[in-house]
Design a binder for this molecule. Structure first.
Ligand code: NG1
Length: 449
């Protein structure tokens, strides 16, 4: 496989920049999250798989300090920047920011002072802005390439888990405040397995997938540009959850003598407090007096001004007429965490029926409690359930992108034919299905020899 791949990449290279004796190659998969949405940055678990939709790249060192980026996809034009102590971001949404994110994080980690340059050519089969992690795949690509350029070895100078953690933090450079799910599974997933990831500290366990059921991806065709129009909507998740933490911390502090140090919702569950899920929900209800809560009321609960609340948590986010739905947000996170644990058990017990049921509940909670669904994703999941899926849910950040459905092997054709007819043709008015495929899992990101 590797040779065919390198030949394919080679055929498309701008030759003068890539001298054969010094060219390196790597492949970096995308991911599908099976369950556990918007839990990672809260310190809770996720259950993704690596998929055979990949970023492929060739790279070569340069004699100067410039980094030159080429992409086979004409939507991503040639970009270049100087590798230096301070690299400033390009306008939000520019694709070079993902490469800069990886380079900056490694410059810091290895205290780089020589700032070597390189050429990078990308050629990808991973669709963008569909919730399949094309952004993190680019960041991880940058990290693998730059490690080699720096003469560092993955596994010797930095472990896969350390690199994932570093890149999760590094990716905040592009403006999103995501967790570490994508980077971790891309670097640690395995063919035929789901990868349960727990955070703080980061750890993974591999679980064999069902052999009589498949996961099928259906693209809603609605694009969710996480560093574009959806940036603020995505970041509203982490911001509101962190506000919930502050309210709960203040409330709990009255009952506990020692100082509490809560950085994320998961800290109520682990460490010193070790609360159960029910206890966390119970405290949340007591700390947040009603379902919707206004800015002024939040300020008074925290003994702060509304400006301080904006500065520390909600930024320019518009205050909804009814108030912020803080209770619903924590309800999603905690019940989703419980679903991830039950899904792990269902996988281990080869119980596809329970797994599917949990996927359906997850979609409902994503839609109602976290408000990240859209009519197209709701429609697609409903049609999926009607035509053979035992579970169906949106996958990834939401606001568009794809659904993932669990389908018995004997119903694959029936399912796909009906999704094509009922969703793509009847609902969207398209002539055929777009972006619908059976998930094929694959090994984690690697260099190609
Ligand atoms: P995608 O679907 O790749 O935009 C984002 C975050 C994840 C996670 C999910 C929601 C990044 C790089 N990825 O994923 O960490 O929070 O949303 O579960 O920010």
């Amino acid at each position: 496989m590797s040779n065919t791949l390198t030949t394919m990449i080679f055929e498309k290279l701008p030759e003068h920049l890539f001298q054969s004796d010094k060219v390196g190659f790597c492949r970096v998969p995308g991911r599908v999250n099976l369950i556990g949405e918007h839990t990672d940055y809260n310190g809770f678990s996720v259950l993704p798989v690596t998929i055979k939709k990949e970023v492929h790249c060739a790279f070569s060192p340069r004699k100067d300090n410039e980094i030159h980026l080429f992409n086979e996809d004409p939507r991503f034009q040639h970009r270049s920047f100087l590798n230096a102590m301070d690299i400033s971001p390009s306008p939000t949404g520019s694709w070079d920011n993902y490469i800069k994110a990886g380079v900056i994080a490694l410059n810091k980690k290895f205290k780089v002072r020589t700032f070597p340059g390189f050429n990078l050519f990308i050629n990808s089969t991973l669709p963008i802005a569909t919730g399949l992690s094309s952004s993190s795949a680019l960041v991880i690509t940058a990290s693998l390439v730059y490690l080699k350029i720096l003469g560092k070895e993955l596994g010797r100078d930095i472990s896969r888990l350390e690199l994932a953690e570093l890149m999760a933090e590094g990716e905040h450079f592009v403006g999103t405040r995501g967790g570490g799910m994508d980077q971790t599974v891309i670097l640690n997933g395995e063919e035929g397995h789901a990868c349960k990831i727990d955070f703080f500290p980061i750890r993974t366990s591999l679980l064999p997938l069902f052999n009589d059921h498949v996961f099928i991806i259906c693209d809603s065709t609605i694009r969710a540009q996480k560093t574009g129009a959806c940036l603020n909507r995505y970041n509203a998740g982490p911001r509101l959850c962190s506000l919930v933490c502050a309210l709960m911390e203040r409330f709990l502090q009255r009952e506990i003598d020692e100082p509490l140090q809560i950085r994320r919702l998961g800290d109520f569950w682990t460490g010193k407090l070790c609360l159960t899920y029910d206890e966390i929900l119970d405290y949340a209800e007591r700390a947040i007096p009603k379902e919707y809560i206004g800015l002024k009321e939040i300020a008074s609960l925290l003994n702060m001004s509304t400006q301080e609340i904006r500065q520390l948590w909600i930024g320019e986010m518009e205050e909804p007429e009814k108030g912020f739905p803080l209770r619903a947000r924590i309800r999603h996170v905690i019940t989703e965490q419980r679903r991830v644990e039950l899904s792990r058990d269902a996988l281990l017990a080869n119980d596809a029926y329970t797994f599917g049921k949990l996927m359906n509940e997850s979609h409902q909670s994503c839609a109602e409690n976290y408000e990240i669904s859209i009519p197209e994703l709701d429609m697609l999941t409903q049609i999926a359930r009607k035509y053979g899926a035992i579970g169906s849910r949106l996958t990834g950040a939401g606001f568009g992108g794809c659904t993932v459905s669990l389908v018995p092997c004997e119903k694959i054709d029936y399912f796909m034919e009906n999704i094509e007819k009922q969703y793509y043709q009847k609902y969207l008015g398209l002539s055929s299905a777009q972006g619908m495929f059976v998930v094929e899992t694959c090994p984690s990101a690697s260099y190609i020899n």
